[in-house]
Design a protein around this ligand. Structure first.
Ligand SMILES: C[S@@+](CC[C@H](N)C(=O)[O-])C[C@H]1O[C@@H](n2cnc3c(N)ncnc32)[C@H](O)[C@@H]1O
Length: 220
């Protein structure tokens, strides 16, 4: 299967996800949180005080919209045309900008640079970090930050993980997720042009529930 075909399959998978995103998620106000639990964990302050920011795999665009409302030049990129269509209209009044595309192609081809690039259960989780992190480093202004979050790796299950959509019959729609320990993330970042970096797993609000891996790194 060619790489291009893989991207077509992934686009179709994420379009299905976009179409299943509940309307009430987009009816609400812009919100910025790193974890999967409302009112839990750190917020937008992890980005510092950026004048410009790019969310990779922005999904609903709620976080991009919040930044735009605060006067940040805020851009979201997402692979799913269906998602970008929905969110560009929903958040137009905030000044947020949305672009449809794969994160690797977008970062390779765009001329813009940012004070912050971030991903909330987004494209950093779904893209080979060996290819992605150096491209992010190039698109950050000096002193710029990369911050991302996603669920922590399941103990012993590290590296790329295949993920089929739905059941195990029918059209083979799949994507990959990349799951590493905090220590492995720090190594990957160090080899990709990042200096100071921190990675930790935040506990869920309820004992025994799934926590959140949060990583923050400064370029250079
Ligand atoms: C779980 S959602 C992210 C949720 C988002 N943070 C929000 O608040 O809605 C993952 C998003 O990443 C996007 N995505 C996955 N792979 C991508 C890629 N290679 N390039 C760009 N976007 C990608 C998907 O289309 C999807 O909208």
């Amino acid at each position: 299967m060619s790489a291009r075909h893989d991207m077509d399959v992934e686009r179709e998978l994420w379009n299905t996800y976009a179409e299943s995103t509940k309307r009430d998620v987009l009816d609400g106000e812009p919100v910025f949180r790193w974890t999967q639990y409302a009112g839990h964990g750190p917020g937008v302050e992890l980005l510092g005080e950026p004048r410009s920011a790019l969310e990779v795999g922005c999904g609903t665009g709620r976080a991009v919209a919040l930044l735009a409302q605060r006067g940040v030049r805020a851009v979201g990129v997402d692979l799913s045309p269906a998602m970008v269509d929905r969110v560009a209209g929903r958040w137009r009044h905030t000044g947020a900008r949305f672009v449809c595309g794969g994160v690797l192609d977008h970062l390779r081809d765009c001329a813009e640079t940012y004070d912050a690039i971030y991903s909330i259960f987004g494209a950093v989780w779904f893209t080979d970090p060996v290819r992605l992190l150096p491209l992010i480093a190039k698109r950050l202004n000096p002193g710029g930050v990369l911050v991302f979050s996603h669920p922590p790796a399941i103990p012993g299950a590290y590296g790329p993980q295949g993920m089929y959509k739905g059941g195990f019959a029918g059209k083979a729609m799949f994507t990959y997720r990349y799951s590493y320990t905090p220590r492995k993330w720090l190594g990957l970042l160090g080899r990709s042009g990042f200096g100071q970096a921190e990675a930790e797993v935040l506990d869920a609000p309820e004992a025994g529930h799934i926590g959140t891996l949060v990583v923050r790194a400064t370029v250079g």
